[in-house]
Design a protein around this ligand. Structure first.
Ligand SMILES: Cc1cc2nc3c(=O)[nH]c(=O)nc-3n(C[C@H](O)[C@H](O)[C@H](O)COP(=O)(O)OP(=O)(O)OC[C@H]3O[C@@H](n4cnc5c(N)ncnc54)[C@H](O)[C@@H]3O)c2cc1C
Length: 630
């Protein structure tokens, strides 16, 4: 039987959050790209929480947008509520989160994909990767689908998410399907194993969805969006996102909920061992929470709309895999859910993914040239974590074909750099979720300055326009000029100034000061001081924000920049890729094994591998010196 045979530059397996970004990046860089999914109706599906962003995840979306990715623009067009989290805290942890209309999100991303030149969207299950031997390694040459069709190509990006050998479980119910009852992908894992890829089995879970007509909101706390919405994308006109928003609701579990859960743990597949996969510590199921925090009287439950088109409500904070009857019993103990009707039961999903230490920091497999991967398949969890990896994998697949240096962001440049470095250098035995505490230099990696940190890199890649590039050049200069002006602008303690300071409960001036000094006062801001600073230039909101933060946190920023200088020194000490560490005398055995396993790019990365001690690093540096002197 003749089989279809086609030729592309780049194949992307997956149309989830990772696959979409990978395919768009590759196609927008001019490469003929085909993207596969088991169902084109599930493009950019949100199988779990109906929101984009949140603590540290908002940073990832902003960074992706600054580099030329798509997620930020799509959510700005499809959000139904938006909130800046942690506004009462410092700017390093301010983080945007927007509730999405899930179907609108899928539709909008599909519209973008289907109207992108050089991009073909194809519904088919990829069952095999096709490779050829090149010495000790292999090289990708194509993929094969369930129908036997082959697609020749020069690079592949795997972004299969939670679909590989997926199994959905709650109570005794176990279905070999992907999320939302979609078809699982059941052949590719074997092909990957044949090509020497080491696989893991992970799991994650989701709560039930309820019919909003069966919920009594009078027993819950209404959660509103922000008055003034801040867009995710730096290229979205802020005025275009000021619109009517829906509410979310907050309620709590109670002792009765916890009793029901404790009484049925023996029927939980999580505790009976029916679930083999390893779940995310930072996204625990409700039964996990009740067992791990027995003294906690109540757990938050966020009731969130899935969209404007439906009555389906997401019961956030109560993901579970307990049997259906127990689900009804436990949800109905929660204030407001006494008569709840479940539209979709809560469930856990197990799936195959990889051990990401098999990847270089470019997200290319060390042993299969031209094979890249991103998203949940790499052992992370979350739409945002997936999207940024998909983007980087797509960009680096394209740059490989362009014969250009790969793009690797380090830990001082972006949360994306922290995420990928953690994945490829640390032992990740559970789904990896981003958190602000993972980023050493988080005061520099704020969500508000992602454009200043990454726009130029996006421009160099070729995914940021000339206009956006010129704007960032102008913005940098405008911030610098305004800070310099304020540091020179002096004012005296005249009546008007003292009255102003009194009004703001700020210490009166005993002698002259500069506006810059006043901006540094916690009770004052750059915006407030406009009153005393008549000839100030009319600067856009985003520039004003940077001026305010750069002045207010000048000392902390300076200290963190010094730490980054130290960090960069170690990152710049390159290590040969094919070096055999067993040749370095007095390196401890464990360090030799780990270094040969991970093949770190530089001394900095070597120092972050668990099992490699500071003493080993000194031995290595002395060795490099000696080799260098020969
Ligand atoms: C039940 C459930 C609960 C979750 N809970 C959480 C949570 O609590 N917190 C959290 O942060 N994240 C959670 N997630 C994870 C979140 O959904 C994912 O992180 C995110 O969707 C990953 O994006 P991705 O692009 O890597 O993969 P996915 O969104 O899973 O997309 C994978 C894509 O690959 C395609 N595909 C797979 N295999 C093949 C093949 N062989 N051939 C062709 N196409 C293929 C699929 O059709 C799909 O388009 C949950 C996911 C599920 C399913």
């Amino acid at each position: 039987m003749p089989f279809v045979e086609e030729i592309y530059d780049i194949v992307v397996v997956g149309a989830g959050h990772a696959g979409c970004e990978a395919a768009l990046a590759a196609a927008r860089l001019g490469f003929e790209t085909i993207m596969f999914t088991v169902s084109v109706d599930s493009i950019a599906l949100m199988p779990c929480n109906p929101n984009i962003g949140g603590i540290s995840k908002g940073h990832l979306v902003r960074e992706l947008d600054a580099l030329g990715g798509e997620m930020g623009k799509v959510i700005d067009k499809t959000f139904i509520q938006s909130k800046m989290l942690n506004e009462s805290k410092g700017p390093a942890v301010h983080s945007l989160r927007a509730q999405a209309d899930k179907q609108d999100y899928t539709r909008e991303m599909r519209r973008v994909l289907e109207n992108t030149d050089h991009l073909t969207v194809r519904q088919a299950e990829v069952t095999e990767i096709l490779t050829e031997e090149i010495g000790e390694k292999r090289r990708i040459v194509g993929v094969k689908t369930y129908s036997g069709a082959t697609y020749k190509c020069r690079a592949v990006v795997l972004a299969t998410g939670t679909y590989l050998n997926a199994r959905c479980i709650y109570g005794d119910v176990s279905n070999p399907t992907g999320p939302n009852g979609l078809q699982a992908a059941t052949y590719l894992t074997d092909s990957l194993k044949k090509n020497g890829v080491e696989m893991y089995r992970f799991k994650t879970g989701t709560p039930a969805r309820a019919d909003r007509r069966s919920i009594d909101f009078s027993k819950m706390e209404e959660q509103f969006g922000d008055q003034r919405v801040v867009p995710f994308s730096f290229s979205t006109d802020p005025e275009s996102v000021q619109k009517e928003q829906v509410s979310c609701w907050l309620t709590y579990t109670n002792e009765k909920t916890h009793e029901i859960i404790r009484a049925n743990l023996d029927r939980s597949p999580l505790f009976s061992g029916a679930i083999e996969g390893t779940g995310p510590r930072y996204c625990p199921s409700i039964e996990d929470k009740v067992v791990k925090f027995p003294d906690k009287e109540r757990h938050q439950v966020f009731v969130e709309p899935e969209g404007l088109y439906t009555n389906e409500m997401y019961l956030g904070g109560m993901s579970s895999s307990l049997p259906e009857d127990v689900q009804y019993a436990m949800y109905r103990t929660v204030p407001g859910l006494e008569n709840v009707k479940i539209v979709r039961a809560a469930y856990a999903i197990e799936y195959d993914c990889i051990n990401p230490r098999q990847l270089n920091a470019t997200l290319e497999f060390k042993n299969v040239e031209g094979l890249f991967s991103g998203g949940q398949f790499n052992g992370s969890s979350g739409y945002e974590e997936a999207a940024v990896q998909g983007f980087m994998a797509g960009v680096n697949a394209a740059r490989k074909l362009q014969g250009k240096e790969p793009v690797i962001l380090d830990r001082s440049q972006a949360y994306i750099g922290v995420l990928i470095d953690d994945l490829v250098t640390k032992e990740n035995r559970e789904p990896y979720r981003m958190m602000t505490s993972r980023a050493e230099y988080r005061l520099l990696l704020r969500q508000d300055n992602a454009d200043l940190r990454l726009r130029k890199i996006g421009y160099e890649i070729g995914l940021v326009s000339e206009e956006q590039y010129q704007y960032i050049i102008w913005k940098e200069q405008a911030i610098e000029a305004e800070v310099a002006r304020l540091e020179k602008k002096t004012i005296g303690g005249n009546e008007k100034v003292q009255a102003f300071l009194e009004k703001h409960n700020s210490t009166l001036l005993k002698s002259g000061s500069t506006i810059a000094e006043l901006v540094k006062r916690p009770e004052l801001s750059y915006a407030d001081l406009a009153e005393l600073d008549e000839d100030r230039p009319n600067l856009p909101e985003d520039v004003q924000k940077q001026v305010d933060i750069n002045l207010k946190y000048a000392g902390y920023i300076k200290r963190q920049l010094q730490q980054v200088a130290q960090f960069k020194k170690l990152e710049s000490r390159k290590l040969p890729h094919d070096f055999d560490y067993s040749t370095v005398k007095s390196l401890r055995l464990e360090a030799v094994q780990k270094l040969n396993l991970y093949k770190p790019l530089n001394i900095g990365q070597a120092s972050r591998i668990s099992g490699v001690s500071p003493a080993d690093i000194s031995v290595l540096m002395v060795h490099l010196e000696q080799v260098g002197r020969k």
